[in-house]
Design a protein around this ligand. Structure first.
Ligand SMILES: [Zn+2]
Ligand SMILES: [Zn+2]
Length: 248
């Protein structure tokens, strides 16, 4: 399969040698496809095929360029040309990944050569890895004061509530409905404490999230999302100036 002539005809309008044909849609044709010869109306000579799903950002941008260059082409020929470009990118080697699972997660965060599915596969988390291991490795590397704190005792008149400090990560399976506003569902929050525990509010009546934070059971934590979240926090922390003292 060869792409048709490229580049230099972009934007040109060819009036099919005075032979006014008819596009498949019934409109008068003003172009013919330079690849298959189909008669095309103005609309159909500019129609672009849908973007493919589940491909890497690199492959997607190559596809988007390929289907726009040259022509006039019909939609199906543009799709063919796009698939051809896609196959070339897909055959290219992926970026190399580091050995350690957390370094790998950090590298995958900015990787343009893999699709989301390939990222998930290449994350290759050790089968023995637990949420506590992830939290411990994160604390070992973060080297910064936490920016967040959450209440771990209910407020009462007699005593001030206790708080735990840490970093929040989106990794929980349990969802709740936000009070007020649209009935949108969100994951319950989760915080890695400075002690390496994963804390979060429980799901309360009426599908709301509670006010007091407790240790989250392992079964509620999606390990791959936790690792991705921790990798992003570490990447962001590289840009944040270290804090002198916590200001709460
Ligand atoms: Zn065509
Ligand atoms: Zn048409």
């Amino acid at each position: 399969m060869t792409p048709g002539p490229n580049g230099n005809r972009l934007g040109s309008v060819t009036y099919a040698n005075g032979n006014v044909g008819v596009c498949a849609c019934g409109q008068m044709a003003i172009n013919s496809c330079h690849r298959c010869g189909a008669m095309l109306c103005d609309t159909h000579s500019r129609l672009l095929p849908d973007a493919p799903e589940g491909v890497s950002p690199d492959a997607l941008s190559r596809y988007e360029i390929a289907i726009r260059v040259g022509g006039p082409y019909c939609e199906s020929c543009r799709a063919d040309i796009g698939s051809y470009a896609l196959a070339q990118v897909t055959n290219q080697p992926r970026a190399q990944l580091p050995e350690h699972w957390l370094d790998r997660a950090m590298a995958l965060n900015g990787d343009q050569t893999r699709s989301d599915l390939e990222k998930l596969e290449d994350a290759a988390l050790p089968s023995s890895l637990t949420a506590r291991d992830v939290a411990a490795e994160f604390l070992r590397r973060i080297g910064q004061q936490p920016h967040e704190r959450v209440p771990i005792s209910p407020p009462s008149i007699m005593r001030t509530p206790e708080f735990v400090e840490g970093w929040s990560v989106d990794c929980r399976r349990t969802e709740y409905t936000a009070a007020g506003g649209p009935q949108a569902r969100y994951s319950l929050p989760c915080l890695i404490s400075t002690e390496g525990e994963l804390l979060g509010p429980a799901l309360e009546e009426n599908d709301r999230h509670g006010q007091t934070w407790w240790v989250v059971p392992d079964s509620d934590i999606e390990l791959s999302r936790l690792v991705t979240g921790v990798a992003q926090l570490l990447l962001l922390s590289a840009f944040a100036a270290p804090r002198q003292a916590p200001q709460f």
